[in-house]
Ligand binder design. Structure first.
Ligand code: AMP
Length: 144
């Protein structure tokens, strides 16, 4: 069974986070700078929520809130659904699909150990399919 660890081994464990007291504008700038679609929101270093581009659309733009004057605490999603690094990828995909989320923070023993996104899973599956195609192609050309 392929677990989240296989993806984190490749991707690394860095998670971009931001304090609840920071503004939506700060979060948007962080997401843009890092090229990511969501950030973990922390209070005193502990994960207390998550804020993604979907929240910018639904809770900020559509509500005509001022991004510079809106603190993340008021627009983040809480509680956060998470997984562990030994959770199976199938289970993570099920969770993402059922909960309609594209981000799953990875928490091991209470500590953030990385973040899994739907994009990471797609990239992993593409790599696996390429490996299979290469393997079968080699076999067809030299079946010994
Ligand atoms: P996403 O598809 O990840 O951009 O998120 C869609 C909605 O689900 C947004 O309101 C997010 O704040 C929320 N969300 C995303 N990931 C999680 C998560 N792991 N736990 C709880 N809510 C989440």
């Amino acid at each position: 069974m392929v677990s989240v660890r296989a993806i984190l081994d490749r991707k690394g464990s860095e998670v971009f986070s931001i304090d609840v007291a920071e503004s939506v504008l700060d979060a948007a700038r962080l997401m843009n700078t890092r090229g990511i679609g969501g950030v973990v929101v922390t209070r005193d270093g502990e994960m207390v929520g998550i804020f993604t581009e979907r929240d910018v659309l639904r809770r900020v733009v559509a509500e005509q809130l001022d991004p510079a004057a809106t603190v993340l605490e008021s627009v983040m999603t809480t509680p956060v659904v998470s997984c562990e690094s030994n959770t199976g990828l199938d289970e993570c995909m099920q969770t993402m699909s059922n909960r309609r989320v594209r981000h799953l923070p990875v928490v091991d023993g209470g500590q953030l150990a990385g973040i899994l996104t739907s994009g990471d899973i797609v990239a992993h599956q593409v790599r696996e399919q390429q490996d299979t195609i290469e393997h079968l192609s080699n076999y067809i050309h030299d079946p010994r």
